[in-house]
Design a protein around this ligand. Structure first.
Ligand SMILES: [Mg+2]
Length: 400
C-alpha cells in the first residue's frame, strides 16, 4: 500500500491546483526596420523584420520564439486566438496546449499561417519548459550532440534588386570562405523561367572561387520542372554539390522520386510544404528531410517528424532563415544534421537576440543554458515593434 504521503505527492488534481506555471501573457510583436549588417558584396538589405513571441508565466519566466514571416494573419492568430485560448493554462502541458490550439482552430485549414502561429507558441513553451527545469531544450529533445554543422546561404537579391551576377556570387563566396565558412549554399531556378544552363554557370563560378575544399549546395525554392531539375543535376554533378534543396514545383513527391532516380546529388525537401513529411518519406522522395520548426508546428511537431524520418532511415537537415531556432532539434535527435544560416536572417538574429551561436570551423556550439539560450536584447522589442496595425481577423477573440 502506498503511504498517505506518496498518494498526496502524486495526486494529479492536487498538482494542477498548485500549478506555479500559469500562463499570464501571450504576445506576438511585429518588429520592423531592425538594423542589420548587410551582406558582404552588396550593402542591401541593411534592415530586417521579424515576429517575436513572448509567453510569460506566473512564476516569472518568459519563453521566446522568433519567426521570419510577419504576415498580419500570423500576428493576429497568436494575439487574438492563442492568447485568450491558452492564458490561464499550465505552460508545462505542451501536448495539451498544442492539441487545444489545434482543436479550436478552424482556421488551421489556412495551412501555413496556422502552422507558423502554432510553431511560435510551441517554441516559446519549450523555452519556458527548459528554463523552469534548468535544462537546455536540445537535451529535452534527446540530447544527441553539443555542436551542429552549419552552412551559410548567400547571394539572394531582395527588394527588386537584380540577381547577383556570377562574378558577384563568386566574390561573395570567396569572401565568406576566407572568413572561415566551409559550407555555402546558393539559390537556383530563380530566373523568370528556370534556366539550368545559367545556374550551372553561376555555381561553377562559385566552385572556382572557393576551390575544392568548401562544400556547396543549391536551393531550388520549389520552382523547377522535373526536366529542368534533371538537366541542372547532370550539369552540376562535376562541381561536387552536397545537396539540392526543394528543386521541384510544390515539392511534388512523385516527381522528386523521379529526379532522385536520375542523379547522384542528394535531394532535400520539407522547408516549404504542400505535402507532409509523411508524403515525402513514403514516396521515397528525399535523401534528407528538412523540417523547419518555426514554420511547421515547433519542436513538438519536429520531434515527431524527426522520429518518423528515423523509421525511414533518413537524416534530418534544415533549410530556412530561422537557423538558431532549429539548432535544438538538430542537436537533440540522433539523425539530426545540418543547420542553415541564411545571411540576412542570421544577421537579424544577431540584431534581435543577446547571444546567438556563431559559426566556427563549420560548426555551431549548442547553447547549454536552460531553455533555448535565445533571449531578446533588453529594450529591443519596445524599440522596433510596430504599434499601429489593423486586425485582419474580425472574429471574436478565441472563436476563430
Ligand atoms: Mg530553402
Amino acid at each position: 500500500m502506498p503511504s498517505a504521503k506518496l498518494t498526496f505527492m502524486f495526486n494529479p488534481h492536487r498538482a494542477a491546483a498548485t500549478s506555479r506555471m500559469k500562463i499570464v501573457r501571450i504576445e506576438a510583436h511585429h518588429l520592423a526596420n531592425i538594423p542589420i549588417q548587410p551582406p558582404p558584396f552588396r550593402k542591401k538589405p541593411d534592415v530586417e523584420h521579424a515576429l517575436v513571441v513572448e509567453i510569460e508565466t506566473s512564476d516569472g519566466h518568459i519563453g521566446y520564439s522568433m519567426g521570419g514571416y510577419t504576415h498580419p494573419v500570423i500576428v493576429d492568430f497568436i494575439n487574438r486566438h492563442a492568447a485568450p485560448l491558452l492564458t490561464g493554462e499550465d505552460a508545462r502541458n505542451i501536448e495539451r496546449l498544442t492539441a487545444r490550439f489545434h482543436r479550436h482552430s478552424v482556421i488551421r485549414f489556412m495551412g501555413r499561417a496556422y502552422l507558423s502561429a502554432l510553431a511560435l507558441v510551441d517554441i516559446a513553451l519549450w523555452d519556458l519548459r527548459g528554463k523552469a527545469l534548468g535544462v537546455p531544450v536540445h537535451q529535452l529533445l534527446g540530447g544527441a550532440r553539443d555542436k551542429v554543422p552549419v552552412y551559410i546561404t548567400h547571394g539572394a537579391a531582395y527588394g527588386g534588386e537584380t540577381a547577383y551576377t556570377p562574378e558577384e556570387l563568386a566574390a561573395e563566396a570567396r569572401h565568406l570562405a576566407e572568413l572561415g565558412n566551409v559550407f555555402l549554399k546558393n539559390t537556383v531556378g530563380r530566373q523568370a523561367v528556370p534556366d539550368p544552363d545559367d545556374d550551372y554557370i553561376r555555381m561553377r563560378a562559385m566552385r572556382e572561387a572557393v576551390g575544392p575544399d568548401v562544400k556547396l549546395a543549391m536551393d531550388g525554392n520549389a520552382r523547377m520542372t522535373v526536366g529542368q531539375a534533371i538537366r541542372l543535376c547532370k550539369l552540376t554533378e562535376e562541381l561536387n554539390i552536397s545537396f539540392l534543396e526543394e528543386p521541384i514545383i510544390d515539392n511534388e513527391p512523385g516527381q522528386l522520386r523521379e529526379l532522385r532516380a536520375h542523379t547522384a546529388i542528394p535531394i532535400a525537401a520539407a522547408e516549404n510544404h504542400k505535402y507532409s513529411a509523411r508524403d515525402l518519406l513514403v514516396n521515397d522522395a528525399v535523401d534528407i528531410l528538412q523540417p523547419n520548426v518555426t514554420n511547421d508546428g515547433g519542436y513538438t511537431a519536429g520531434l515527431r517528424i524527426g522520429m518518423l524520418a528515423q523509421a525511414f532511415n533518413r537524416p534530418l537537415g534544415h533549410g530556412n532563415g530561422s537557423g538558431p531556432h532549429n539548432i535544438a532539434l538538430q542537436a537533440g535527435l540522433a539523425n539530426g544534421g545540418l543547420v542553415e544560416y541564411h545571411f540576412h536572417k542570421w544577421m537579424a538574429y544577431n540584431a534581435v537576440f543577446a547571444h546567438v551561436p556563431q559559426p566556427e570551423n563549420g560548426y555551431l556550439a549548442v547553447p547549454q543554458e536552460p531553455g533555448l539560450g535565445l533571449n531578446p536584447k533588453p529594450g529591443l522589442i519596445e524599440e522596433y515593434k510596430v504599434r499601429e496595425r489593423v486586425s485582419v481577423l474580425a472574429t471574436q477573440p478565441g472563436a476563430i
